[in-house]
Ligand binder design. Sequence first.
Ligand SMILES: Nc1ncnc2c1ncn2[C@@H]1O[C@H](COP(=O)(O)OP(=O)(O)OP(=O)(O)O)[C@@H](O)[C@H]1O
Length: 261
Amino acid sequence: MAAPLIAYTQVGKTFDGGRVVAVDDVSLEVAEGEFLAIVGGSGSGKTTLLRLANRLIETDSGSITVEGEDVRSVDPILLRRRIGYVFQSGGLFPHLTVTDNIGITPKLTGTPPAEISARVDELLDLVRLDRAEYRDRLPHELSGGQRQRVGVARALAAKPRIVLMDEPFGALDPLTRDALGDDFRELHRTLGLTTVMITHDMTEAILLADRIAVMGGGRLLAQGTPPELSESDDAYVGELLRTPRRQAERLGALLPRDGAA
Ligand SMILES: Nc1ncnc2c1ncn2[C@@H]1O[C@H](COP(=O)(O)OP(=O)(O)OP(=O)(O)O)[C@@H](O)[C@H]1O
C-alpha cells in the first residue's frame, strides 16, 4: 500500500483532567484516495478523533501524520487550509452570503477578488447550486440540503486533497441525504479526494465508504471493508451490521422488484 495520507498511531485524548477518555489508543490509517466512514454511538469519540487530525483538538499521546508530516510540526492554521472540513450543520457564517462563505479561505490567503469570484462559480457548479440564484443568499435563505452543499463547496475552496466531514448529511430528509451522499461520492472520485466522514448510520457508511472504522467507548473496535467487518467477532459491530441487513431483507420482501419508481 502507498504511504497513508492520514495515519493515527496509538492516539489518546482525555478531557476534564483525565476523567473523560474520549479517544483511547487508536491506530488507524487512511490511504490516498480512500473514502473512510467512522461509525459509532453518541460519545464514542468520533468527532474528537476527526478534530485531532486538523488540530482543532490536540492529542495527549501518540502521533498523527498528515501527508507524511507530524501534525504537531505544522502550523495549525496552515494545516486547516490543507484539509477541508464540513460541519454537521453546515457551520456557515450566518451574516455572510453564500459567495463570502465559500470564498473565505481564498480571501484569507490573499487570492485576488476576481479569482475568488470565478472559483466560487466553479464550486457552485460542482455542488450543483445555480450560480445566479444562490450566490447572494444568506444561509437562513437556504434549505438544510442547500446549506450542506455550500458547506461542501467551502471545504473545497482551497483545493484540499483531504476532506473531513462530521455527520454532514445527518439532519436531512432521506431523499436529500441520498442525493447529497451520491453527489459527494462522485466529487470524491472526480477530484481524487481522500475523505473521512463521520456518520451514525451504518447503511450510509456501507453505501458510501470504501472502508469503515467502528468506534465504541473511545476505542477502535473494528475497521475494514463491509465484508471484512462482517467477519468481526465484536458483539457491537455485529449489532450495527444486523440492522441494515435486516432492513434490506425486509424491504426486498415487501417491495416489488420493479417498484413504483
Ligand atoms: N471539550 C470537551 N470537554 C469535555 N469532554 C468532552 C469534550 N469534547 C468531547 N468530550 C467528551 O468526550 C467523549 C467523546 O466525545 P465526541 O464528541 O468525540 O463523541 P462522538 O462520538 O462524536 O459523539 P456524537 O455522535 O454524539 O457527536 C464524550 O464523552 C464527550 O462528552
